[in-house]
Design a protein around this ligand. Structure first.
Ligand code: ATP
Ligand code: MG
Length: 418
């Protein structure tokens, strides 16, 4: 039997929710404008290598979550699981490194991961993200973090905390890794299957494993932030100092290691305090190796990505409802065939003035049309019957006071600029 249901983990965003979506998207654009981040739109699919290389082949995303397919030309393509790799690919391909640096970009759009469906976890979801490419200045890290903080505040989201850490660079990580492996070796066999793989490939990630992260042996492990090289320590002190100056409150969380392989130095997460298991709204950090790894010059970068579905979950229900309210400025009530021609002209003109206007096409009677006007909270009904049509007039009804007055169409239809 044909299956016409939408695929698991996807959603239909209906008009009742679309207003809230438009609000969070418009706010993202507006905040980015003020912070001088400019929009980039990259393809929804890329050559698979872009993500294998750009996200890292030991990550959950690349190991288990990608939608990969062979196109008709025999190439391996993948629906983008995240935004940064594509932005960096475009930055390199379009040689934006030859322009004004740092480049400050943002994106908004759907991402695809084959994940187990849970509340707040979908297979097609939407991210808003920003990237600063070409600066290692601690002010860039602080700006990106403060931008996210400002975005959440201006959306009216207040139940969140900011977790901050530094994961160092390849130099400090090599020294730390030896200590970490020595500490965890006695319990290696007891760790979850994922962590046994991580032990060999990316042991740092054991620290924030959802299964093993709370084990005493893992919690007592040497933390990378206590083993930073001098440069990374100075950079981290700079980031914290700027955040203090900006009065952005943060919590230092030494076990927080972001999931993507390309992170260096700053790592941060904005966590909703009233969301359940999937509580990270925005995650980000510095990725100093990525631009070079994707074939570009050796330029540093820092950015974040936030999940719009999780953000919308934190908005109050009444706010979401108000944002998507279905209202009109005027409702045109038509009685009689002869009135229709005048009515469509009146609607055209009122819409040209910028008013939200609609009429009945379902053959409702007069009373039912009045009800429609109320249903859409229209403050005014424009009544056109055969008498009005003959007199080239319309009746304006104040839907609250119920007062009515007749106005000529010359008056109503007069040219805006006359
Ligand atoms: P998680 O720990 O929840 O798996 P992640 O580390 O995979 O998150 P990122 O890749 O950093 O997340 O993505 C940034 C943000 O995008 C997340 O904080 C979350 O808000 C959102 N996000 C990630 N995956 C999903 C998903 N499958 N469904 C909905 N939102 C998601
Ligand atoms: Mg994930």
């Amino acid at each position: 039997m044909a299956d016409y249901a939408r695929p698991p983990g996807t959603a239909d965003i209906l008009p009742e929710q679309a207003g809230a979506w438009q609000f969070v998207e418009a706010k993202a654009r507006e905040v980015c404008e003020r912070y001088h981040f400019r929009e980039v739109r990259t393809p929804v699919f890329e050559h698979t290598e872009v993500f294998e290389r750009g996200v890292g082949d030991t990550t959950d995303i690349v190991q288990k979550e990608m939608y990969t397919f062979t196109d008709r030309g025999g190439r391996s393509m993948t629906l983008r699981p995240e935004g940064t790799a594509g932005v960096v690919r475009a930055f390199n391909e379009e040689k934006l490194y030859g322009g004004n640096l740092p480049g400050k970009f943002f994106y908004l759009g759907p991402m695809f991961r084959y994940e187990k469906k849970q509340a707040g976890r979908y297979r097609q979801f939407h991210q808003y993200g920003v990237e600063v490419i070409g600066s290692d200045d601690a002010r860039a890290d602080a700006e990106v973090i403060e931008l996210a903080d400002c975005y959440l505040k201006e959306l009216g989201v207040d139940k969140y905390r900011l977790e901050l850490n530094s994961v160092g660079c390849p130099t400090c990580r090599a020294a730390h890794k030896a200590l970490l492996l020595a500490h965890l070796a006695p319990v290696k066999e007891e760790l979850c299957a994922d962590c046994q793989t991580r032990f060999d490939k990316n042991p740092l990630r054991i620290l924030d494993c959802k299964i093993d992260g709370k084990r005493p042996e893992v919690m007592s492990a040497p933390m990378i932030v206590d083993h930073l090289c001098a440069d990374c320590a100075a950079h981290f002190a700079g980031v914290k100092g700027y955040l203090d100056a900006l009065r952005v409150t943060y919590e230092l969380v030494p076990t927080m290691v972001r999931g993507l392989d390309y992170y260096t130095r700053t790592a941060f997460e904005f966590v909703g305090t009233e969301l359940g298991a999937q509580s990270t709204i925005i995650g980000g950090g510095r990725y100093n190796g990525l631009v070079g790894m994707l074939g570009g010059p050796d330029l540093p970068g820092v950015g974040f990505a936030g999940g719009l579905e999780r953000l919308l979950m934190t908005l109050a229900e009444d706010k979401v409802a108000a944002l998507s309210a279905d209202t009109l400025d005027a409702y045109v009530i038509v009685m009689g065939e002869a009135a229709n021609r005048l009515a469509v002209q009146v609607m055209q003109r009122l819409r040209a003035y910028g008013l939200k206007v609609d009429a009945d096409y379902a053959g409702r009677g007069f009373k039912a049309q009045l009800k429609q006007a109320d249903r859409f909270s229209a403050p005014v009904a424009v009544i056109i019957g055969d008498d009005e049509a003959a007199a080239k007039s319309v009746t304006l009804r104040d839907m609250v006071s119920k007062e009515q007055r007749l106005v000529t169409i010359e008056h109503l239809l007069e040219d805006k600029d006359r």
